[in-house]
Design a protein. Structure first.
Ligand code: KIV
Length: 286
């Protein structure tokens, strides 16, 4: 596979005959390597790292330094996938200058573009990022960084008026120059209408099948995270159960003495074993 680029993603509309985009989150080098070898198009180094890796209850706890740390780990794997750096909460809310400086941190860490949450009110930030030659992916609908304002992780755009607002947000993000937009937690018909209205691709999560691509959180897809499984998640593996079984088998082998066996141990050559025998079990000096 050749490296996926921003212009290549931006041209991927399913209605024009393109294959749908497959995006997955990843937060470290092994995850990035697996995504690349699986032929995934885009890796999102998402702020979901807060919840699925760092043990927080929401995404509001991670900083730009945390995100740069994980972006560097993903970039070191040199995946063919496009690396999208997720701007965390408060990294693009204070000023245009801070937004550009923070996005530059993620680009220097190895991201090829950044994602930020929100609609029309983010336009000044998006324009400044594009002026600094930093490609931007939008993210509208259920935006987890707004969880307190939304009263929790709630599906958005369920009322006709709110749905129309989302369509206007999407058009404004496209007009500003975003190269794609994540649609999260919105009804199927609304996601379809947004996808039809745009020239740039939409990437859905909990937004139904009519988007130009889909994204899932790595730990949800692989069944590593099982405390809460949203309706839109499809599990392709049960790694948590497989991991617990493997760790329990290891612990049992250690306790019974079955691990390590002779083949898993290093040995002296015969002549060195003989010489070593001269010194007794404690070796030279004893
Ligand atoms: O951080 C993340 O994982 C995300 C996806 C849910 C789109 O933003």
């Amino acid at each position: 596979m050749t490296k996926v680029t921003v212009p290549a993603v931006s041209a991927r509309k399913v209605r024009d005959g393109a294959d749908a985009l497959a995006m997955i989150t990843a937060y470290d080098a092994p995850g990035a390597r697996a995504a690349s070898e699986a032929g995934i198009d885009l890796i999102l180094v998402g702020d979901s790292v807060a919840m699925v890796v760092l043990g927080y209850d929401d995404t509001l706890q991670v900083t730009i330094d945390d995100m740069a740390h994980h972006t560097r780990a993903v970039a070191r794997a040199n995946p063919d996938c496009l690396i999208v750096g997720d701007l965390p909460w408060m990294s693009y809310h204070v000023s245009v200058e801070e937004t550009v400086r923070n996005a530059a941190e993620l680009i220097r860490a190895g991201a090829q573009c950044v994602k930020l949450e929100g609609g029309r009110k983010r336009l000044p930030m998006i324009e400044a990022l594009l002026d600094a030659e930093i490609p931007v992916m939008g993210h509208i609908g259920l935006t987890p960084q707004s969880m307190h304002a939304m009263g929790g992780f709630k599906v958005q755009g369920k009322q006709a008026e709110a749905a129309l607002e989302l369509i206007e947000d999407a058009k404004a993000l496209q007009h500003a120059g975003c190269f794609s937009i994540v649609l999260e937690g919105i009804p199927v018909r609304v996601a379809e209408a947004i996808t039809d209205a745009l020239e740039i691709p939409t990437i859905g999560i909990g937004a139904g099948p009519h988007c130009d691509g889909q994204v899932l959180v790595y730990h949800d897809l692989l069944g590593i995270e099982d405390r809460f499984v949203p309706k839109f998640v499809r599990r392709y593996a049960d790694f948590k159960a497989a991991t617990i079984d493997a760790l329990a088998a290891y612990a049992a082998d250690v306790r019974s003495g079955a691990f390590p066996n002779d083949e898993e141990s290093y040995h002296l050559s015969d002549d060195q074993a003989d010489a070593f025998g001269l010194y007794g079990s404690g070796g030279p000096g004893e």
